[in-house]
Ligand binder design. Structure first.
Ligand code: GLP
Length: 251
């Protein structure tokens, strides 16, 4: 159902079709605005998108170099080169292979000594860049967006969060227990996300069915942070086709 009249849901087969449609969306923005300001997600879901963007950039079919990039979240206490850090992930998987210059990149510093100051500086950097044109989001199994967990304050900007048991357990499984998953994260807030002029939400995997059902139910509910997006005027949900038959949560 999804109430906001300007929101769109696109169903795609996971894999190359999904990556292509997501990359086309980003390419459309870059065609209109080469210097766009974009917030990037981490996780398994956007890997195909990043590979596709890198491939198009390498083939000179797309220029991603004039845009400016921020990230959505990171673990607290990890340096930018820690193998688990989201900063490292984004540099390795997208920013460096796509040829984005360091001066176009501002990522959260999870190991900042003055973490409150870092949160404020980060928001100031986004504002100085002209605000986010596009926030690309993944979705947590519990409905989190970035690291805004269930029950988060929807008026919050960048802040430190305690990660939920569910989120930490998912990440332990994803890293095959090789790392101790930090208890805290640093994340842009929901207010930061919904201030983006455009949002692209990527949803892949059966584990996301309940969170997607909550969004499709169309009722804002703080237990499902993703439903904060329902009020946004330019939301595109790109979801894998297998999830189309999943139930829509009502009430
Ligand atoms: C993590 C990140 C989110 C990400 C989500 C989904 O918790 N903090 O930013 O969107 O997981 O990840 P995945 O795409 O691997 O399912």
């Amino acid at each position: 159902m999804m109430s906001a009249s300007t929101s769109t849901i696109l169903w795609c087969r996971s894999g190359s079709e999904f990556s292509r449609v997501a990359a086309d969306h980003v390419a459309g923005l870059l065609a209109r605005k080469p210097g766009a300001v974009i917030a990037l997600p981490t996780g398994q879901t956007p890997l195909g998108l990043y590979a596709e963007l890198v491939e198009r950039a390498a083939a000179k079919r797309l220029s991603v170099a004039s845009a400016r990039y921020f990230n959505l979240d990171d673990y607290l206490g990890l340096s930018a080169d820690h193998p688990l850090s989201y900063a490292r992930f984004l540099r390795d998987r997208f920013l460096i292979p796509a040829g984005v210059a360091e001066e176009h990149i501002r990522l959260l510093q999870g190991d900042a000594v003055e973490i409150e100051a870092e949160c404020g500086d980060y928001e100031a950097a986004i504002a100085a860049a002209g605000g986010l044109d596009l926030a690309i989001l993944g979705l947590g199994t519990n409905g989190h967006i970035a690291f805004n967990e269930p029950g988060s304050d929807w008026s919050a900007h960048t802040h430190v969060v305690a990660l939920s048991q569910e989120t930490r357990a998912t990440h332990v499984a994803q890293t095959q227990g090789k790392f101790v998953i930090p208890e805290y994260g640093i994340t842009v807030g929901i207010a930061t996300i919904v201030a983006a002029r455009e949002i692209l939400l990527l949803v892949v995997g059966g584990a996301k069915a309940r969170a997607l059902a909550a969004l499709r139910g169309g009722i804002p509910d703080s237990k499902w942070p993703v439903t904060a997006l329902l009020t946004h005027r330019n939301l595109t949900v790109l979801a894998e086709a297998e999830l189309q038959s999943c139930s829509v949560m009502r009430g």
